[in-house]
Design a protein around this ligand. Structure first.
Ligand SMILES: *Cc1c(COP(=O)(O)O)cnc(C)c1O
Length: 456
């Protein structure tokens, strides 16, 4: 057996790719609240959901089974890059002079560069099996659009990606990436949907937002019978698919006789956080003391400053209404470089766990985050995504605390993706142009006034 004291990376054999995903809902003391329909204001029905999702996904959204089988075809595709490596950050530990052992699970080793391919593949698979011809989706920073484009290509589906206009202009290579896999990439707001048209009429120069792009993609799916919608985070089935990260990490840590005291993951919609922590929280429900910490930007502090309430998932109020921590669906966060962390809401499961005190949350400004990103790159040799760098920042601070107290703890974090499409952000950091953008308390208050009145 490899020993924790002389290991740099822990690899698993292909045959050890998990055969089932872990559904935390089975073990939660309080289950996530059910979704409501934005059309009727009543509990969402199966029929309404079937306008945009295949039945298998809807069933996964509501299941309380503890384990869900991974389809054989999906597992075959996982084999191309899974199991992903677990690294011990030896050089980073040395640079920090910490007695803590720092581990990271690296999800950036696939072509799209992030964990999102873990769910885009099964989502494309279930839609193909249901006879769907095309998927419509939104993308902010471009990672989800890239992951869905590749998955659609693999399962012979067409793909339309509504890309937030400001990213469309700032990240041309993300667009080229999606085009390479055959996707049709549209700058949002667009003239292809009623929602996009009405926004452009009021403001022809609108640079878009994730909420608007979601509205466009959902409208596209709802108005074409051969087209469905796919979401890259937030929903229960997405969190479920991502648990493959933590299930592998757990095996890898076991192999070196190790168990984390604390786990960090950045949190946008909550899916990579769910992915790495839920399989460990399974132990926490049985008495383990492991801490799980979601790390978010101060510019979009959903868990640390939001309210726990029912809210719309998008600007035009076409997506299901979910109970979650939210800053309000009208809240548009400042344009920080971690575009994947700019969603106004959060996963209903992650939200419920936070509300119940089972998990923790922290927030950081982007300067501190990029300090950590560059230190990590210079010690570990991987350029991290700005999103993932929030987890790195928190892990470093925990390791520095351990240095002060002399504690020998084990820290695990999820390196959700690489930053090789994010050098504009790094350039801004190096030239001193990066600003710490705080959220506006007033904007959040105003936005929270517009929450739907459900269950009151
Ligand atoms: C999309 C993305 C995130 C944020 O999404 P979650 O659902 O919160 O995981 C984090 N890191 C990377 C690299 C991403 O692409």
């Amino acid at each position: 057996m490899a020993r924790k004291n002389d290991v740099t990376k822990v690899l698993l054999d292909e045959s050890e790719i998990p055969r089932q995903w872990y559904n935390i809902v089975a073990d939660m003391p309080n289950k996530p609240a059910p979704n409501y329909s934005p059309m009727t204001g009543k509990l969402a029905t199966l029929e309404e959901m079937e306008v945009i999702f295949p039945r298998e996904i809807i069933l996964q959204e509501g299941t309380t089974d503890r384990w869900v089988d991974i389809p054989q075809d999906v597992r075959e595709m996982y084999r191309q890059w899974r199991p992903t490596p677990l690294y011990r950050a030896r050089s980073l530990e040395k640079a920090l002079g910490t007695p803590a052992r720092i581990y990271y699970k690296y999800e950036g080793t696939n072509a799209t560069g992030s964990h999102k391919l873990n769910t885009s593949l099964p989502q494309a698979y279930y839609n193909k099996a249901a006879g769907i011809k095309r998927l419509a989706t939104e993308t902010g920073a471009g990672q989800w659009g890239s992951a869905l484009s590749l998955a659609c290509n693999r399962f012979d589906l067409e793909c339309t990606v509504y890309m937030v206009k400001v990213s469309y202009q700032q990240k041309p290579y993300r667009r080229s990436f999606m085009n390479t896999f055959g996707a049709n990439v549209v700058a949002s707001p667009s003239n292809l949907t009623n929602c996009g048209k009405s926004i452009l009429e009021k403001d022809p120069d609108c640079t878009g937002s994730l909420g608007i792009a979601i509205s466009e993609a959902v409208e596209d799916a709802a108005t074409h019978s051969d087209t469905n919608y796919a979401l890259g985070s937030v929903l229960n089935h997405v969190c479920l698919h991502q648990t493959i990260i933590g299930l592998e990490a757990k095996k890898q840590m076991e192999m070196i006789d190790e168990y984390p005291d604390v786990i960090f993951a950045c949190c946008g919609g909550g899916s990579n956080f769910a992915g790495i922590t839920f399989p460990f929280l399974m132990d926490k429900f049985k008495g383990s003391k492991v801490r799980a910490v979601a790390v978010e930007p101060t510019a979009c502090p959903t868990l640390t400053k939001g309210v726990f309430a029912y809210d719309y998932g998008d600007t035009a109020k076409v997506a299901p209404i979910t109970k979650m921590y939210t800053l309000g669906h009208d809240f548009v966060p400042a344009g920080i470089h971690a575009g994947g962390l700019r969603y106004h809401g959060d996963s209903p499961i992650v939200s419920q766990l936070y509300h119940d005190g089972i998990i923790e949350a922290q927030a950081y400004g982007q300067k501190a985050v990029f300090d950590a990103a560059v230190l990590f790159a210079r010690t570990e040799g991987i350029v991290p995504a700005p999103e993932s760098s929030h987890a790195i920042r928190a892990a470093i601070d925990e390791a520095l605390k351990a240095k002060e107290s002399g504690e020998e703890k084990a820290i695990l974090f999820c390196l959700s993706g690489h930053g090789y499409f994010d050098f504009t952000a790094y350039d801004n950091y190096f030239s001193g142009k990066l600003e710490d953008l705080e959220y506006s308390e007033e904007a959040v208050k105003a936005s929270i006034n517009n929450l739907p009145k459900i269950g009151e």
